[in-house]
Ligand binder design. Structure first.
Ligand code: CAA
Length: 496
């Protein structure tokens, strides 16, 4: 394969054209009119210029890459290419019309691929006279950087076609995962449910935009927080994908958050529109330096770890047994817990002084109950900063922020595995390379421990009664059998 076509040169299309050109292929980029073509050219130039600035390309390499891409408004110029990748907006009517046209124009041996993130590849294939040569070739934003391509095979795809496209993806230095035609494939089905859930938490005031983003980058180690990522993907695209997921799953977790619809209706589509959850050049506001007035601190915790940390910083910290809070009389009471703490508050003579603390790596989730005073919450956050932890202000809700977002995503991954759609290895590879996650969901499950995740999900279910938070039956089975997703024998068998 030497020549490919890319139709639609928006963010994704221009990125895909760049990926092909980097691998030495000649690319014909097609747009609807001259203005769109110029925008496509500008997208390609901006991305390759950035690569030069980052030291990833020399000036000469950049010129060579850009030189391999020709630009046209004539679809007829695609007559001799071996593959076309379509990257036009997610509107089925546009795709159908385009594929019917490409079917007429392209030589019979050419493969027609769609970069759709949400629409049915089967329905697109069915509009052509060559459905056996139509596949999904789904790249991730930013296409030149993210290492994954989902190759979507339909029931109509011919033998060897998806494998051929997977080989091409390897030539592009990407890792392919071949999957069937289900809404969202692997990555979007797991990712968008989580992003939508983050919108629901924001909308219900569990934490702020900046705190949720910081919690997920610093506390869960993800490369971007959910709102920064939504802005990158585009709120309109995200909304469409979530809507399509809902159409197939009828799962309330996939009912688009009203906030998302509102922002899309207002034209706040994210980075490409200059404004989404974040405004232009707006950055996460990091909290100002600590100015703590509190002197005495009481810590309700299963151990002395936090008391010792506070002592070392010169605070008068005492430990209280959760079973007996009668004598507690401190300016600030910290209840270290991974569950809501309001039941401790109601047993204190000053319930407004109690704040929940949940430590998640370098992050400290600082939870206010319905009766916590703003002063106490502020003092607890200051204290965490003095202890060199990043405080995340949140409400006293099951699993607070990090685990409330992480555990349902892990549960979704287990359900996907159980459905036979993809293997644990493929799901892990897809999330690591498609989203830059430090680990895939099954690696994460093994690291946290399936039992802890199952218990967290039970707590979430008990609080929100959301059916999708109910632990997946397969997760329950792994816990009961004392199995990790990647090792074999149960601990008991190993011991024997
Ligand atoms: N060309 C080549 N390389 C580039 C580049 C370019 N234009 N721009 C940046 N890079 C390189 C950098 O040199 C750097 O490389 P090293 O790690 O080797 O140094 C790397 O890419 C990261 O770049 P930066 O340091 O500038 O940027 P960053 O640290 O802020 O990371 C990011 C940016 C890679 C996008 C990272 O934040 C990330 O992985 N985010 C997650 C993105 C994601 O989830 N995408 C999937 C969205 S879902 C989707 O797209 C599917 C859909 O259908 C909706």
């Amino acid at each position: 394969m030497e020549a490919v076509g890319v139709v639609g040169l928006g963010t994704m299309g221009a990125g895909i054209a760049e990926v092909f050109a980097r691998a030495g292929l000649n690319v014909i980029g097609v747009e609807v009119d001259d203005a769109a073509l110029e925008r496509g050219r500008a997208n390609l130039t901006a991305s390759t210029d950035k690569a030069v600035r980052k030291g990833k390309l020399s000036d000469a390499e950049r010129d060579e890459i850009v030189g391999r891409v020709s630009f046209t408004v004539e679809r007829g110029d695609l007559a001799d290419v071996d593959l076309v990748v379509e990257a036009v907006p997610e509107i089925m009517e546009w795709k159908r019309e385009l594929f019917a046209d490409l079917d007429r124009i392209c030589k019979p041996s050419a493969v027609l691929a769609t970069n759709t993130s949400s629409l049915s590849v089967t329905a697109i294939a069915a509009t052509t006279s060559r459905p056996s040569q139509v596949v999904g070739m789904h790249f991730f934003n930013p296409a030149p950087i993210m290492g994954l391509v989902e190759v979507v095979r339909t029931v109509l795809t011919g033998d060897g076609v998806a494998e051929g496209v997977a080989d091409l993806a390897r030539r592009l230095d990407k890792t392919p995962v071949i999957v069937g035609d289900r809404a969202g494939f692997v990555v979007n089905r797991l990712l968008l449910g989580y992003l939508n859930h983050a919108c629901v938490l924001l909308e219900s005031g569990v934490a702020t935009r900046d705190d949720i983003d910081t919690a997920m980058t610093k506390g869960a180690g993800l490369p971007m927080g959910p709102f920064t990522l939504l802005d990158l993907i585009g709120l309109d695209t995200s909304y469409e994908v979530i809507n399509v997921l809902f159409g197939e799953s009828r799962d309330r977790r996939h009912a688009p958050a009203p906030l998302l619809r509102e922002l899309v209706s207002a034209g706040l589509l994210g980075r490409k529109a200059g404004h989404g959850f974040y405004g232009p050049d707006e950055e996460i506001v990091h909290d100002h330096g600590p100015k703590l007035a509190t002197t005495s601190v009481c810590v309700i915790a299963p151990d002395d770890a936090l008391v010792n940390e506070l002592d070392a910083k010169g605070f008068k910290a005492v430990h209280a047994d959760p079973a007996d809070l009668s004598g507690v009389d401190a300016d600030l009471v910290l209840a270290v817990s991974d569950r809501p703490v309001v039941e401790h508050a109601v047993r204190l003579s000053h319930p407004e002084r109690l704040v929940g603390v949940h430590l998640a790596g370098p992050v400290a989730e600082v939870a206010s109950t319905a009766v916590t005073s703003p002063e106490a919450a502020r003092a607890a956050r200051d204290l965490m900063r003095i202890l060199k932890r990043t405080p995340i202000a949140c409400k006293d809700r099951a699993e607070f922020v990090v685990n409330a977002l992480l555990y349902p995503y892990l549960n979704d991954a287990v359900r996907m595995l159980d459905s036979g759609y993809a293997s644990a290895e493929d799901i892990d590879t897809a999330m690591r390379l498609g989203c830059g996650y430090p680990a895939g969901p099954f690696e994460t499950l093994d690291a946290i421990g399936p039992a802890a995740v199952r218990d967290g999900l039970r707590a979430l279910y008990a609080e929100y009664r959301e059916p999708a938070f109910n632990p997946a039956p397969l997760l329950d089975q792994f816990v009961t059998a004392n199995l990790g997703f990647y090792e074999s024998p149960p601990a008991a068998a190993k011991a024997g």
